[in-house]
Design a protein around this ligand. Structure first.
Ligand SMILES: [Zn+2]
Ligand SMILES: [Zn+2]
Length: 267
């Protein structure tokens, strides 16, 4: 089932217990990156630049919840229902320790303040149902999500994706090739690279230590076509990325405002 928010009632009951307690403070921030109107969205969209503040209570609480879930081997994981509104707002990414959640089949990330998901999600080998629904700042996903080969059902707010049929927003522009002398891959600006570090190739999983080849590819993952960020170690690995479905840019590309995309559906 696709998360088209023109039909919110379908989800009212399904997600009634998916969000944690509300508080006086807002539990998330807003952005206009994928607004339908070119008048209100930024002309040159960039990655959200926030870095995770790992000293915050919300982050530490999340680390503990992941440790507990990994230890008890639970199959459904809904960490954000355990967090206060203030704590939820503090969390802009997930920790690499999600790689330990190898028994989790159903991951609920409803209504979060996340701006990115780390590549370690690809190690969640049992994942079947993925629900980042109404996480409105999640405009893209890591290519490593395609390693979750059991994934069969997703509920994503497709309206806020870079691949949105209705909006055709621009993708952030990527630098095609960067050498290790030009950037330290262990200390990157997430506003430029979409991550604060790149360790391993999204395609072959070998270390990225000489060159970084970044590209976007739009692929069907479970229910939805998602914009996926590829961090490849070589041109050969990038060439191994499969072609995407029709209606989208079908080959790896570098985004930016001049990218020619298929027209808005119905226009
Ligand atoms: Zn945004
Ligand atoms: Zn590679």
């Amino acid at each position: 089932m696709s998360g088209n928010e023109a039909e919110p009632r379908m989800f009212t009951n399904r997600f009634a217990d998916a969000v944690g307690p509300s508080g006086r403070a807002p539990d998330r921030d807003r952005c206009r990156c994928t607004d339908p109107s070119v008048k209100t969205r930024p002309a040159r969209v960039a990655f959200h630049a926030e870095r995770q503040d790992t000293a915050r209570d919300g982050w530490r609480h999340l680390l503990t919840l992941i440790e507990e879930a990994a230890a008890d081997g639970r199959t459904v994981f809904k960490p954000f229902v355990e967090l206060s509104a203030e704590e939820r707002r503090q969390i802009v990414t997930l920790p690499p320790t999600i790689a330990t959640l190898t028994k989790v089949r159903h991951l609920v990330l409803y209504g979060t303040n996340l701006v990115r998901i780390p590549p370690e999600i690809g190690a969640m080998a049992s994942l079947e149902v993925f629900e980042p629904y109404t996480s409105h700042r999640l405009h893209w996903y890591p290519y490593e999500l395609t390693r979750c080969t059991r994934l069969r059902d997703s509920t994503v707010s497709t309206r806020v994706l870079y691949t949105s049929f209705n909006n055709r927003p621009p993708f952030p522009s990527l630098r095609p090739v960067t050498t290790a002398t030009e950037a330290d891959f262990t200390r990157l600006d997430p506003g430029v690279w979409g991550a604060d570090r790149v360790d391993a190739c999204s395609v072959c999983a070998e270390p990225v230590d000489h060159e970084l080849h970044q590209a976007w590819i739009s692929l069907r993952v479970a229910t939805d076509v998602l914009p996926l960020l590829v961090n490849a170690c070589s041109a050969a690995c990038l060439a191994a990325v499969p072609r995407g479905p029709s209606g989208h840019v079908r080959t790896p590309h570098h985004g930016g405002p001049d990218l020619a995309q298929p027209p808005v559906r119905g226009a």
